[in-house]
Write a protein that binds this ligand. Structure first.
Ligand code: BG6
Length: 499
């Protein structure tokens, strides 16, 4: 197949990027490499400044060495490029809660480019204090024609009341157009391609509804366990960690109406409408439509692994879920009655994130033998997000021979085949670039975060009610596809895709 060209971004004006949590894992592994990439491609102007803000008592040179090492470990660029890039860096060792440290930050920013991007990659409990201090110091205001923006990493709150409170606090100091709430799934090329597939083509739209679609399955399966994040995960669980954000975002992109234009508010209006069409679940619905599980020890990729309760930082009697499967309904004109099956978990059999849209079977039984033997598979369109990247359509074809025998075959689009390279799966370069240029299309709006929490809170409330009866997440063997109970969610005539 002929290779297609890959688009590059136009360059930006100089900016000051202030990284809260500048020594943390996210900054070192994702954000600084993303900024380095933008600088290397000359998208980020060479007069830009990056101010690292964290509690460690480094000086600028020590911080530069830390960043050079981090970039080196990711094997990015040449030594000379890394050294040159690190000249953009300065460092402020301080306390996010102490007003005097914001006065120092302000002094530090004297002479830096007036366009500012505050990037909150610090522990989420520090967000309210940071927002408050930035506001009090007058740093949230844009100065003389320049722009000031703030990026906030997930989790955005831990339930609806805390998300509302954080939104109120942000809005006291920043206008909504200045606020960029990240969900890194939206930065994945394959996720953005969902919108292109749906709205740059006419083929699918006529069948993209309850008349033709029998169910939608969204899977985000990981083979990794909680790694070193046991303490965080104890307070989160798979519902807050993956469903509230990544899975519901994927669902919203699949189910949304065409936006008026590809502009931030037009796209987000439609996504919010989808999220609001999924009514909060009653405890009974939670009981029958949602399954939670927790991994026990098992074998993953040929290696024995411990159970969740044995992970560092995890309570040995923990009831936190590492797996969630849910059957949800988008109660609107287009989707009424179509199950949206969501499934995510750690330590599952294979790493895969995909969306499968399954179409209805033909209304008439023409190829009786095949039908009688239950072999006629429904047409399925599978959008593969990662690690394979592409789209395939499964349909029935006649196998060569004297009889009519229908077998499933696939039409396959792979990024590698068509564009000569995979996307690399990196979401951050795109998201950091969009935040710098002020395009909020791939970021979460205040009402969107709240709508997702409303639904997720109803599931948690259902579990809490169940807990009164002593229920726990169902245990599953690490390396399996989750608890057996999840198998009933697709209904009698369907099953989870596992290939
Ligand atoms: C993060 C979660 O948001 O997404 C992690 O906190 C999870 O627990 C990760 O592992 C998955 O992201 P990706 O891009 O690897 O699918």
């Amino acid at each position: 197949m002929a290779k297609r060209s890959v688009a590059t971004a136009p360059s930006l004006g100089p900016a000051a990027v202030i990284l809260f949590g500048a020594t943390g894992d996210l900054a070192r592994r994702k954000l600084l490499p993303a900024l380095f990439g933008l600088w290397r491609s000359r998208t980020l102007a060479p007069e830009s400044r990056i101010v690292g803000f964290a509690s460690e008592p480094y000086d600028a040179d020590a911080y530069r060495r830390l960043v050079e090492d981090a970039l080196g470990q990711e094997a990015l660029g040449t030594t000379e490029e890394r050294t040159l890039f690190c000249r953009l860096l300065t460092y402020l060792g301080g306390d996010f809660a102490v007003p005097a440290d914001y006065a120092r930050l302000q002094a530090d920013l004297e002479g830096a480019p007036p366009d500012r991007l505050f990037y909150l990659a610090a522990p989420p409990p520090t967000y309210p204090a940071i927002v408050e201090r930035l506001g009090a110091q007058g740093l949230a205001r844009s100065v003389s024609g320049a722009v000031t923006r703030i990026v906030i990493e997930k989790p955005f709150g831990s339930d609806l009341p805390s998300a509302q409170q954080l939104n109120r606090r942000l809005h006291r100091h920043f206008r909504e157009e200045q606020i960029f709430r990240i969900d890194h799934y939206l930065g994945k090329e394959t996720v953005q391609n969902l919108l292109v597939l749906r709205f740059a083509n006419t083929l699918l739209e006529p069948v993209w509804n309850r008349n033709y679609v029998s169910q939608v399955q969204i899977t985000a399966a990981e083979t990794l366990g909680v790694e070193h994040r046991g303490v965080y995960y104890q307070g989160a669980g798979a519902l807050r960690d993956m469903v509230q954000n990544h899975l519901l975002q994927l669902l919203a992109l699949v189910a949304m109406e065409p936006p008026v234009a590809f502009r931030a508010d037009d796209v987000r209006d439609q996504k919010v409408a989808v999220l609001r069409s999924i009514h909060p679940l009653t405890p009974y619905q939670v009981h029958s439509q949602v399954v939670r599980g927790q991994y026990a020890s098992g074998i993953v990729a040929g290696q024995p692994v411990c159970g969740y309760r044995q992970e560092p930082g995890v309570d040995p009697a923990s009831r936190v879920e590492t797996f969630v499967a849910a059957r949800l309904f988008v109660d609107n004109w287009r989707w009424a009655g179509v199950p949206f099956l969501l499934r995510t978990g750690k330590r599952l059999a294979r790493r895969t994130t995909e969306i499968a849209v399954e179409f209805q079977r033909p209304p008439q039984t023409l190829f009786a033998d095949t039908m009688a033997q239950g072999k006629l598979e429904p047409n399925t369109l599978v959008m593969r997000i990662q690690p394979q990247e592409g789209i395939f359509l499964r349909f029935g074809a006649k196998a060569p021979g004297q009889d009519i025998r229908v077998v499933p075959v696939e039409m396959d689009f792979g990024y590698g085949d068509s564009f000569g390279a995979t996307t690399g799966g990196e979401a951050y370069p795109r998201l950091v670039l969009d935040a710098l240029r002020g395009d909020a299309t791939l970021f979460i709006r205040a009402d969107e975060a709240e709508a997702a929490w409303r639904l997720v809170d109803s599931i948690r409330a259902g579990w809490d009610a169940d807990r009164g009866g002593g229920r726990e997440p169902a245990s599953y063997v690490a390396g399996s596809w989750g608890p057996a109970a999840a198998g009933r969610l697709p209904g009698r005539r369907h099953r989870w895709r596992q290939d």
